[in-house]
Design a protein around this ligand. Structure first.
Ligand SMILES: [Fe+2]
Ligand SMILES: [Fe+2]
Length: 411
């Protein structure tokens, strides 16, 4: 197959990206288009608004919707860059995607028949009309051209001489460059974020953004240091192989909400962000690993299967991600049960876990409302609701929870 690869931040994905891919497919140069959201882009290492997993899953929902609705066939999203350690450059992405077997496996996962998926494949790197002119300054452009033909958009009337730029690349670097005509609208992610006008963001992405309350004041991470913000972005990439989509986005949502609540209630927002983000990091590890890690952090304090992931998470965050801060590790350890004499940080992570925006298990509005003004009251309401559930099922709560309930004045 002839495969067009389209790398970008997709922060957020918008109709301009989709028009580019649509016209690239219509040009006849390629049979399918693969969006590759950047993970640690060399140009904007940490300047992206959202950590990589949000941008990857948001783009995926848009591509799924394009195919399901019959608007575009053969558009996919690939997580190839998550496998790159450190900063990613285009030539590295291409190295991974052109490795024997990689594309076959990927295409079969997308439902492409084995015979077609097995190749041979020819690779194209799709570019907007304004990027070809800078291509010669990219890192290792010859390497890129060794793996792929450049497929550059030409937009009538935007004043960029794409043909001239194409000729220059062919002459200076000896690579293959093709151009195609772009009829798409002119929009950019940065203009969308600046104006707050999301009308050029496809519905599937808008729903995703609303579900997780992204691009809101919360995800600006006001009050959080640059170091903690970078660490949060790194934690998201680190957890990606260990958690499925729903749980990964949940645990990151808890990070965002914890940081916001920490600013509101005078706790440390840097610690809250990291503790919240990592709180469920061990939840999809196998049970034996969870048991061993739980034992390591807190002996026999947690034995019930459902509770293991909390103390295990402290150890996984410590040994796997390198988080050494005891307050953060404790907030992870006690996020499910709570305990007596909880710190504000522990209360915040406990509460955020139960009420982050994507949570829908009961009517959470009263608790979310309380969390706007009164941390202890919101924690009390949450603990009471959980106690009610346990009581109705005739189940006993963990002794640590009993201590927390006592502190909260709940009998
Ligand atoms: Fe949990
Ligand atoms: Fe959780």
């Amino acid at each position: 197959m002839r495969i067009g690869i389209y790398g970008g931040s997709f922060d957020p994905v918008h109709n301009g990206h989709i028009a580019l891919v649509r016209d690239a497919l219509a040009s006849g140069f390629i049979d399918c288009a693969v969006f590759v959201p950047s993970v640690r882009n060399n140009f904007k290492l940490y300047s992206m608004t959202l950590p990589a997993p949000y941008r990857y899953y948001m783009t995926k929902e848009v591509a799924d919707d394009l195919r399901d609705s019959g608007k575009l066939d053969n558009v996919f999203v690939c997580d190839a860059e998550f496998g790159i350690k450190g900063v990613s450059y285009t030539f590295m992405t291409l190295e991974i995607m052109t490795e024997p077997g990689f594309m076959t496996g990927f295409l079969m996962e997308q439902g492409i028949k084995k015979k077609k998926a097995e190749g041979p494949h020819e690779f194209f790197w799709i570019m907007g009309s304004d990027t070809l002119g800078t291509f010669e300054t990219w890192y290792k452009p010859e390497e890129i051209l060794r793996h792929a033909t450049l497929l550059a958009a030409e937009r009538p009337g935007d004043g960029v001489d794409v043909e001239k730029a194409a000729e220059s690349v062919r002459e200076n670097l000896g690579g293959k460059v093709e151009t195609f005509r772009l009829n798409g609208i002119d929009c950019s992610s940065s203009a969308i974020l600046k104006s707050g006008d999301f009308s050029q963001v496809p519905n599937a992405a808008r729903e995703f953004i609303a579900r997780h309350e992204l691009y809101s004041s919360r995800t600006k991470l006001e009050g959080v240091s640059d170091e903690a913000r970078q660490r949060f972005f790194d934690s998201a990439i680190w957890m990606y192989p260990y958690l499925g989509e729903k749980r990964l986005l949940h645990t990151l949502n808890v990070g965002y909400l914890s940081a916001e609540l920490a600013v509101r209630f005078g706790a440390d927002p840097d610690k809250a962000l990291i503790a919240g983000a990592l709180h469920d990091c061990a939840k999809e590890l196998d049970e034996d690993s969870q048991k061993e890690m739980a034992q390591d952090y807190s002996g026999d304090m947690f034995t019930e299967k459902k509770l293991l992931h909390a103390p295990a998470g402290s150890v996984f965050a410590r040994d796997g991600f390198g988080e050494k801060d005891k307050e953060i590790l404790d907030a992870i350890c006690y996020h499910t049960t709570g305990r007596g004499n909880m710190s504000s940080l522990e209360k915040i992570v406990y509460l955020s876990d139960k009420i982050e925006p994507a949570r829908k298990y009961m009517d959470l509005e009263p608790i979310r409302k309380a969390a706007k003004t009164d941390l202890d009251e919101a924690v009390r309401m949450t603990a009471l609701a959980i106690k009610g559930k346990f009581d109705s099922q005739g189940r006993e709560q963990h002794p640590l929870t009993v201590d927390m309930l006592r502190d909260l004045g709940i009998k």
